[in-house]
Ligand binder design. Structure first.
Ligand code: 4AD
Ligand code: MG
Length: 484
């Protein structure tokens, strides 16, 4: 078998239908008989559209007997290799089709066992067949969007002089200090548990059991985890290369089984030397608008599908957002506005409270009706590294909230003053020695610097209109879910 001239269907669909010979490789979406004609739709995932193969039983093609034989094996899901002539299509909705000359089934997909034989499965059912769901219109489109948006992100930063920086996946520091880290260990947990049980039998106090774990004997010689954010390491390179960004997987063991959380998600974290909070907010706004424009202009075929089948009006909404300035409001002013509407919330807003999703969505969907950047949060509800304001109460944090999603971006200006940072670390009961290298960035050539983190799946959810992060990542990881 010769696949040498394999050409993607997306390219065939836009080539000149002058009767030239083409080879079609892909998976059958539908087969339909009408009188002496048989129509087969073949899709290879290179674009949303399928290509139609038309078999004319009345033609005097010498391969007709073979085609009839093959047709018996052709059902939805079968993989095929076909050849024919590319001609203009008389059917509406497609410019070209292939006049079939020969076809060969590469792999069958039996009607009684192939799970995607019928259309119209629920999105929840598709999650149970994560290995096959990319062959559906909806997940195929989401997968192409993911790939396209990744390209857009690299392009955005590349055009602005940022260096792509790879943060480590395994780390010994908890960036967000939220205690949501997945531990990485080679210690024999069963053996340690057995020793603990024995010790317990001898009357060992429970609190001493923790001492049974000797991390100096662990692989890294100390307690290690999967990273929750590449920020701390990105700061080291930003204070050398000026502008860097990470784009990689991050992990959080927060036990929230919601449509907006994953245990493994991808984050984009730009970090910029010589940027203050306002510069950071300008960049975040420019970034989001750039990405929306990219989706609207360069992914129009898939966006049309999301607009028609997933969220009506999506294209208009995103076009509006891409063309309007984001609102900017301090946390204090946001709370004043929310307090006026406290009757609408399950959790009443007050100064000092962590904004709940209901508050975030009210701000962006009801009050401003566009993306909102909330800045200067109380220091108690934000991470240790944020720059402290002179008021002693707030820090230079910013969250970008967008309609339908809530928080899309979290960021801040970083505390660049050595003494203030040490004091904050101590205040929070953390140990400065654990952050010695991070602190040294403030000892040697410290500069004002800022950055933010954008959740890639949250962006994709926003752009596609899909309701759950689990459908914009190939194999979602969530509590009790790590199949495939
Ligand atoms: O607000 P977060 O926790 O910020 C940080 O991690 C900073 N270190 C970023 C920085 O300044 N460099 O997370 C950033 C974003 C959130 O706004 C959200 O979009 C996403 O990451 N995110 C999640 N996405 C999916 N599942 C989760 N469990 C997420 N947690 C955060
Ligand atoms: Mg956040």
């Amino acid at each position: 078998m010769n696949f040498m001239k394999a050409i993607l269907i997306k390219d065939i669909l836009v080539s000149n239908p002058d009767g030239h010979e083409v080879q079609i490789l892909g998976w059958v979406r539908t087969k339909r008989d009408s009188k002496n004609l048989c129509f087969i739709q073949v899709n290879d995932g290179s674009c949303f559209a399928s290509i139609q193969l038309t078999f004319d039983r009345d033609s005097n093609n010498p391969n007709n007997d073979n085609i009839e034989e093959q047709l018996k094996k052709i059902t939805t899901g079968a993989s095929v290799k076909a050849t024919g002539k590319l001609i203009p299509s008389p059917a509406s909705g497609q410019a070209v089709e292939v006049s079939l000359e020969n076809i060969e089934v590469l792999g069958e997909a039996p009607v009684d066992s192939y799970p995607l034989q019928k259309k119209g499965h629920s999105i929840e059912f598709l999650r149970e067949i994560g290995h096959l769901r990319p062959r559906t219109n909806i997940i195929g489109a989401a997968a192409r969007m993911r790939s396209q948006m990744a390209y857009a992100i690299h392009t955005f930063f590349n055009e602005r002089g940022f260096q792509y920086f790879n943060a480590p996946i395994i780390t010994t520091s908890d960036c967000e200090g939220a205690g949501e880290m997945f531990q990485v260990t080679t210690l024999d947990l069963e053996k340690i548990a057995a020793t603990g049980i024995k010790a317990g039998a001898k009357g060992m106090a429970e609190e001493k059991a923790a001492n049974l774990v000797d991390y100096s004997k662990d692989f890294f010689g100390k307690k290690a985890s999967l990273t929750v954010s590449g920020q701390l390491q990105a700061e080291t390179y930003a204070t050398a290369l000026s502008r860097v960004y990470t784009f990689g997987p991050t992990f959080r063991a927060e036990n929230s089984n919601t449509p907006r959380h994953l245990a493994e998600f991808w984050m984009i974290e730009p970090e910029m030397a010589f940027f203050e909070l306002e510069d950071n907010m300008d960049l975040a706004e420019e970034f989001v608008r750039y990405l929306l424009n990219w989706a609207l202009t360069k992914c129009s075929e898939d966006m049309k599908f999301f607009n028609e089948r997933v969220q009506k009006g999506l294209i208009d909404t995103l076009t509006h957002v891409a063309n309007s300035d984001f609102a900017r409001v301090s946390y204090t002013d946001a709370i004043t506005q929310l307090e006026k509407n406290n009757d609408k919330f399950e959790f009443k807003a007050y100064w000092g409270c962590d904004l709940q999703t209901e508050h975030e969505r009210y701000l962006t969907e009801e009050i401003y009706k566009k993306p909102v950047m909330v800045y200067d949060y109380p220091k108690e509800i934000k991470a240790f590294y944020m720059k402290q304001n002179p008021d002693g109460k707030t820090v230079r944090a910013v969250d970008v909230l967008v309609p339908g999603i809530g928080e899309l971006i979290g960021g801040s200006e970083r505390e660049a003053d050595y003494d203030k940072l040490v004091a904050r670390i101590q205040e929070l009961g953390m140990k400065p020695e654990d952050y010695w290298w991070y602190l040294e960035l403030r000892k040697f050539g410290t500069v004002p610097h800022s950055g933010f983190g954008l959740g890639f799946e949250r962006l994709l959810r926003y752009v596609t209109g899909l309701g759950n992060l689990r459908d914009v990542i190939p194999f979602p990881r969530a509590p009790k879910q790590a199949e495939f």
